[in-house]
Design a protein around this ligand. Structure first.
Ligand code: ASP
Length: 441
């Protein structure tokens, strides 16, 4: 029998996890059972992925840069990447705003639902912690993001997954300096990082062997901790607008892939699908990053010179799904609470959602923190912010899962486009976890 492909195995794990979660929700001790005995396996899986993210970024970026024969090529890749990331994000926000203005999901929402959602969530720990986080973020000056990008201690940066941009900064600095001391002098270091890179990619393969079971645990956990179904239903129109927007983004990516790389878009979606399914299950682009890198390099054929820079940077700053969601959510909240938005306000949303998605961390629920800043930029009354967030809190997790898929797909698409534009889109070279198993057995 032909071996079942990875994405099918993961999909089966997901479906079974959801079904199991629903069954357990109906049993008295079910929720506790899932959170005590099932969910931890999902958490371990996510931790394993995060564990290898920083070594993988360092090893692959050093390899990518030191393979460059000419540093100016790197500047070329960098500028293109940032430029295309900004363009795709603006497209995403525009799609979101267009849809939410046409469908007006906030207008139909009843007073009763607003009250119920406010009572349930406005003072909840979840909403309050998002508001506090947003306040901390806001207190910084306009150039703070540049200051934040430069580490003062390389090892400290490497010890914190949230400091990925600092690690990227240090690694680029290291890689460029390696180029400057000449190939021969840099060889021992290069060999070390080359080997480290191969080893970490092998770790990705090994971790992925457990993916179908891990997603079962993750999704069962999500189902048992999800909100009251009535509240989910009340927000159906709003969620529908976000989901349709996200689907349109996927269509947009397939068009971009077809037009700019001349590759079959269905092949692209199939090859990238394990990363998408993990993005959905973990709600974190950062946790998904090792898998995205492995898929894009080995299964799609993007050269490391491009992927090693484009993907880690993308995971931190390019969040098309998140920005689309922020646009829709800001307008939805304004509609539901009767706060009128002018055309100028909507343009402000485009700009702030662009910046907010760059500033959002690649972890579950980060998009909602930055939404507070988007709302404030349009003069949304501060005393109603908690109510605004309460309105959308119930569906945040499922929407987070969906927007993370788009975030990851966007990064992969841009890496292909950039690779094609600099002649670095080659053929796939798939490595399995047991390629050399016979030799070492
Ligand atoms: N969870 C998203 C990500 O990791 C960020 C967000 O929208 O909350 O990409």
């Amino acid at each position: 029998m032909r071996k079942l492909e990875l994405h099918w195995k993961i999909l089966i794990g997901m479906v079974l996890g959801i079904v199991f979660g629903f069954i357990m929700t109906g049993i008295d001790w079910g929720k506790d059972f899932v959170s005590d005995w099932i969910q931890p396996f999902g958490t371990i899986f996510v931790k394993l992925l995060k564990l290898i993210a920083i070594p993988l970024i360092i090893a692959s970026l050093v390899k990518g840069i030191s393979d460059l024969k000419d540093i100016s090529k790197f500047r070329n890749i960098g500028l293109r990447t940032i430029g295309i990331y900004i363009m795709t994000t603006v497209v995403a926000i525009s799609i979101g705003l267009l849809l939410v203005n046409i469908a007006k999901p906030g207008n139909g929402i009843s007073e009763e639902t607003v009250t119920k959602l406010t009572e349930t969530y406005a003072n909840s720990e979840g909403v309050q912690s998002k508001m506090n986080e947003a306040m901390n973020q806001k207190e910084s000056g306009p150039l703070q993001f540049l200051v934040d990008m430069v580490p003062d201690n390389a090892l400290k940066a490497m010890s914190n997954n949230a400091l990925m941009l600092q690690v990227i900064f240090f690694t680029i600095f290291l890689g460029i300096s390696m180029l400057l001391i000449g190939e021969e002098r840099a060889k021992p270091l290069k060999d070390f990082f080359d080997a480290l890179n191969d080893v970490v990619l092998k770790m990705v393969d090994l971790i992925m062997l457990t993916a179908p079971y891990a997603v079962f645990a993750l999704l069962a956990g999500v189902v048992v901790s999800s909100s009251d179904p009535d509240l989910l239903l009340a927000l159906l129109k709003y969620s529908g607008v976000v989901v349709v927007g996200l689907l349109l983004m996927i269509v947009f990516y397939t068009l971009v892939v077809t037009m700019f790389t001349k590759k079959n878009p269905f092949w692209f979606l199939k090859e990238i699908s394990p990363a998408q399914l993990l993005a959905f299950s973990t709600s974190s682009s950062a946790a998904t990053l090792p898998v995205t890198m492995e898929r894009v390099e080995e299964h799609i054929g993007v050269d490391k010179e491009v992927s090693s820079f484009v993907l880690p940077v993308g995971a931190t700053i390019n969040m098309d799904g998140t920005s689309l969601y922020q646009g829709v959510a800001a307008v939805f909240i304004s509609q539901a609470l009767g706060f009128d938005l002018t055309f100028g306000d909507q343009l402000t949303i485009v700009l702030t959602a662009l910046l907010a998605s760059i500033g959002s961390a690649a972890v579950p629920g980060a998009g909602m923190v930055m939404l507070v800043i988007v709302l404030e930029s349009i003069g949304f009354p501060a005393d109603k912010l908690a109510i605004g967030l309460a309105l959308i809190f119930a569906v945040d997790r499922p929407l987070d899962m969906c927007r993370t898929v788009v975030n990851v797909t966007g990064d992969a698409t841009v890496s292909m486009v950039v690779a094609k534009s600099v002649g670095k889109l080659g053929e796939p070279h798939i490595k399995e976890w047991d390629d050399h198993y016979d030799e070492v057995k």
